[in-house]
Design a protein around this ligand. Sequence first.
Ligand code: ATP
Ligand code: MG
Length: 425
Amino acid sequence: MKQTHLFTKTRREAPKDEVSKNAQLLIRAGYIHKEMAGVYDYLPLGLRVLNKIVGIIREEMNAIGGQEVLLSALQDRAKWEATNRWDEKIVDIWFKTKLQNDTELGLGFTHEEPLTALMKDHIQSYKNLPQAIYQFQNKFRNETRAKSGILRGREFLMKDLYSFNIDEKTHDEYYESAKKAYIRIFDRLGIGGETYVTFASGGSFSKYSHEFQTICEAGEDIIFVNEAKRIAINKEVLSDEVLKDLGLDRSDMVEKKSIEVGNIFDLGTKFSDALGLNYKDELGKIKPVVMGCYGIGPGRAMGTIAEVWSDDKGLVWPESVAPFQVHLIALYGKDDKVRKAADELYTKLSENGVEVLYDDREGSAGEKFGDSDLIGIPWRYIISEKTLATDSVEVKDRKTGKVEMKKVGEILNIPFFAKASKGRQ
Ligand code: ATP
Ligand code: MG
């Protein structure tokens, strides 16, 4: 993409009312726009990052047998009354609305009820099980505190997967495969090193649920981490009994602030009992389906990456989620030699499948470098009269700041990246 074509502008200052680092940086660099507290729009650069995160999660959900759907945001009251979750004394984050005839509707904050009810049309026998169904869908939650930028939206994208099994044993096996998929996802998103499987308050029949908590000062949670074992306990459940249960010693645990980027939960038969999702087993006996739920907020993950991977100059995207791999910066001289060479390089890189943001604007080197640091694309290629004198391009690694001169021919292909990016997040 040519930067002259990109409608978003970088800005020096974030809006005064924006207090979170992730949103400040993302707004300044033109990734998102703030509509109001807890409500953000994704602009072209931001949507590219969000879509990459979604793409990684989708691959991993498909790899554990997930089937993708898209359920409605508008919710029918009756289904939520069946589980006693319509009542605002029980669920205090509902957004509700009304039809013209005064029928009340809700805006979904999660989707256990409608999906459990929907699956009654498709699950009658043990032969119809197991199933794993997921979606990427906007949730609405009237969150009281919405001060953490895209970490806590009032309208936000969630990946929610629900599993349906015949019994606890098969459920447990699926749950373990989902836990492994989650670990792979956060590794691929570049925050694996900071993210811990965290024991949290229990599901319906298991003693614990598992949260995926990323160590970060901006986090709203407190966890106790055992670095050697790479596990953590949420402060909410920390007790001598839990430590003993998990074979952990309090003196080996360090207290940290963290962001819950995902969580997985066994639901037992709570929803299938309430909504009548049953199946006939091999002996013809009617049994309730055993369920689990598995959530990740792609927007919260993006905000977490922005918090973890940024410096005083701006964002520092891991390659896997960066909006582009290369930021090609042309410093035009007196004649059109540099423009010609840069245009040609842009075309060739694009043809070779490299995702390039091409700064083809007129402007000073200082301005262009400042914007580039803020936007945070992993590799910066600078082409100027000086570099062209040796048929070279200056290659700068955003993360390490390391600069190398490369011949034009050397940087035209992906393999350069594969090599250069080995061992990188
Ligand atoms: P929290 O305790 O932070 O409010 P939660 O327990 O309510 O989170 P879930 O209902 O389990 O979260 O939602 C699944 C996932 O969706 C979370 O792990 C998180 O990644 C994401 N998520 C939850 N609430 C928000 C929000 N308000 N904005 C963005 N992402 C969110
Ligand atoms: Mg919540």
